[in-house]
Write a new protein. Structure first.
Length: 183
């Protein structure tokens, strides 16, 4: 890892970009750019220029290979080639993308989300709990099983499981429904 960052994709010099039919957009085949998550550490590690040399060589040798990228556990996404990212800086976090989640947690998990919705959970407490539950849902592997339950009273907790699998859109709707229930 290097400490000298390259430019963020949202701040590239557009005059260095030229249209490339393979990418169907304006790119710079001589540079890499970064997408740094808003919640990345203040001084994350960055890939060295060797990443640029390797990705450029792969691109030249194998014309069918297009976008190449690396997402770090610190929330830094390194992209080749450089392009003009129109999204605001900090909005993208590779740690929430399926390619990262499936690699970071390859084994399926059984997850039970229990949300305390009692009167004690007001204001910031409930907001933080909801954000945490949404983060869990956003970082689940497609092979994971998820269940949710609301805890209003300690007497009874009902749990129902649904397998989350990208091959079954109906079950994906269940995941989205869990998210809507949490929000």
């Amino acid at each position: 890892m290097s400490t000298a960052p390259q430019k963020e994709c949202c701040k590239v010099d557009k005059s260095t970009l030229t249209y490339d039919a393979r990418f169907r957009s304006e790119v710079d085949l001589n540079a890499i750019c970064l997408k740094v998550a808003a919640h990345a550490p203040d001084n994350p590690g960055y890939l060295s220029d060797r990443f640029l040399a390797e990705t450029k060589a792969i691109s030249e040798e194998h014309s069918f290979v297009k976008w190449q990228y690396f997402g770090s556990e610190e929330g830094v996404m390194t992209n080749f080639p450089t392009y003009d990212d129109t999204e605001p800086c900090g909005r993208y976090d590779p740690r929430f993308r399926p390619f990262y989640v499936e690699t970071a947690t390859p084994e399926a998990k059984d997850v039970v989300l229990v949300m305390d919705t009692s009167w004690s959970m007001t204001g910031d407490k409930l907001k933080v709990a909801k954000e945490a539950a949404i983060t869990v849902l956003d970082t689940m592997n497609p092979k994971d099983q998820v269940s949710n339950s609301q805890l209003c009273h300690l007497e009874r907790v009902q749990v129902s499981f649904a397998i989350i699998n990208k091959n079954f859109p109906k079950l994906l709707n269940t995941r989205q429904n869990f998210r809507v229930q949490v929000e």
